[in-house]
Write a protein that binds this ligand. Structure first.
Ligand code: SF4
Ligand code: SF4
Length: 460
């Protein structure tokens, strides 16, 4: 038996599971395939208590706490190679790609200025550019810059024709002689998979007009514009001329409940930014409950939500954009003009999930998410004993629900460790609160959904 747990995925669920396990006295190895932890939340939320308040000058409690916690080992740029064994006794192999920048980096930005390679910054929804040596976001964990070695002109260890960043770095933080790959072996008692989710990109929305005009954006792009660390300082802005929009049409095609939450959050923020006219059209039949929820959200915010069909946007017309659709409630054909059209991106399973599931020998459901063997009602038990799933790994969830699964997965994972090595008298955080909130009746369930929605909105 061991006192260690492996967590795969450094998003909000993985990070909170890590803190929960470390608080209980366990040692945590956290594997993240990207260059920083924080996941979608770090990039897309401006005021998320889970990682603290990202307003200018304020601290990020969770990231700071993680950095200081000696029980948590964070392995970025890393992926799982193998998991052998069973509950209480897993041997795992992790492969970590080289960062080529050490913790001597002071984030002085000098290298960023001289690097000749320009790439789209995925952490800014592709709306801004970065160099081959870069920091994905203004504040990150780990803090040091990273070299995107696939696009860098150097190919270590032998081919080093550029070196501009090395020459200008006054802190001697860049080393192309560091290993291109490192293999780590760890012995753990349980594994938590927290692979997160993937946001549908604009290409999937081309049929609705994405790509034909700068002011037709995805909800992921709008989200980034409305974040204070984002490219327009937190304000929705027309990308064609960097002016504030007065009217916005949201177009949702077959939205999940998660997409409804995101749209509601964005509408709420846009109304606060004094956008005068907002409408939402839904191009598919929503499930009755979801439609009722969409209507409820609409009524609260005073925006029109209507089922529609035959949507078209005329990107060639003079500003603002011309749109046309049939309103299925009134059966009338509508022609209108909006400064911006937002095509609501939906979410799907993380793109590396099939490979991860195969490697971990856990089954996926027909939806593509991790199948949950829910005999114990926790919603975090996979088909392989000792391997748990947290957050959006088993399906899209809002932050609160993700945190609940993180807590539950941590609790189940801790049960597989040598209890003598854990902190005595440990009580899982928020257990009492979670019990108290379990809804019993339909009314209570509806009230909880509403509470979750407003909790999400309050975090914005
Ligand atoms: S790698 Fe060097 S030059 Fe680049 S930000 Fe860090 S300290 Fe500055
Ligand atoms: S070696 Fe050249 S291309 Fe590579 S990160 Fe440094 S400056 Fe950029």
């Amino acid at each position: 038996m061991t006192d260690s747990i492996l967590i795969v995925g450094g998003g909000v669920a993985g990070l909170n599971a890590a803190m929960e396990c470390a608080d209980a006295g366990a040692r945590v190895h956290l594997v993240e395939r990207g260059p920083i932890v924080g996941g979608k939340l770090a990039a897309t939320m401006t005021k998320a208590p889970a990682i603290g308040d990202r307003s200018e000058g304020e601290a990020i409690p969770l990231l700071e706490a993680l950095e200081k916690n000696e029980k948590i080992e964070i392995l970025t740029l890393s992926s799982l190679e193998s998991i052998e064994g069973g509950p209480g006794n897993f041997d795992v192999v992790i492969r970590q790609r080289g960062r080529f920048v050490t913790d001597a980096c002071t984030r002085c930005k000098l290298c960023h200025k001289v690097c000749p390679v320009v790439e789209a910054n995925d952490y800014d929804a592709g709306l801004t550019f970065r160099k081959a040596i870069y920091t994905p976001l203004p504040e990150t964990l780990p803090q040091e810059y990273v070299i995107d070695i696939d696009n860098c002109l150097n190919s270590p260890p032998n081919y080093l024709p550029c070196q501009k960043c090395v020459e200008i770095c006054e802190d001697d933080a860049i080393h192309f002689d560091l290993p291109v790959e490192t293999v780590h072996e760890r012995h753990v008692g349980a594994v938590i998979l927290a692979p997160g989710f993937q946001i549908e990109d604009g290409a999937a929305l081309a049929d609705l007009g994405y790509g034909s005009h700068a002011d037709i954006v995805t909800s992921a792009e709008l989200q980034r514009l409305m974040e204070s660390p984002g490219p327009t300082g937190g304000y929705a802005s027309k990308l064609s001329e960097e002016e504030y929009p007065e009217s916005i049409l949201f177009v949702m095609d077959n939205p999940s409940q998660f997409a409804l939450y995101i749209a509601a959050s964005q509408v709420h923020q846009l109304l606060e930014q004094d956008v005068e006219k907002i409408a939402v059209i839904v191009l598919s039949q929503l499930k009755e409950n979801d439609y009722a929820e969409a209507q409820q959200i609409a009524e609260k915010f005073g925006v029109e939500v209507c089922p529609a069909t035959m949507f078209e946007v005329d990107a060639e017309a003079e500003e603002p954009l011309g749109v046309a659709y049939q309103n299925l409630t009134t059966q009338r054909y509508v022609r209108d003009r909006y400064d911006m059209v937002v095509l609501c991106s939906d979410v799907g399973p993380s793109d590396g999930l099939p490979e991860l599931a195969e490697l971990a020998e856990v089954e996926l459901a027909g939806s593509g998410y991790v199948s949950v063997a829910d005999a114990d009602g926790s919603g975090v038990t996979t088909t392989r004993p000792g391997i748990l799933v947290a957050g959006c790994g088993s399906g899209p969830k809002n932050i609160k629900a993700s945190l609940e699964t993180a807590r539950a997965a941590a609790g189940d994972a801790l049960a597989n460790l040598d209890q003598r090595l854990l902190r005595e008298g440990y009580v899982p955080q928020g257990e009492a609160e979670a019990d108290a909130e379990a809804p019993q009746t339909d009314e209570e369930k509806r009230a909880l959904i509403e509470k979750m929605l407003y909790a999400l909105l309050d975090q914005r």
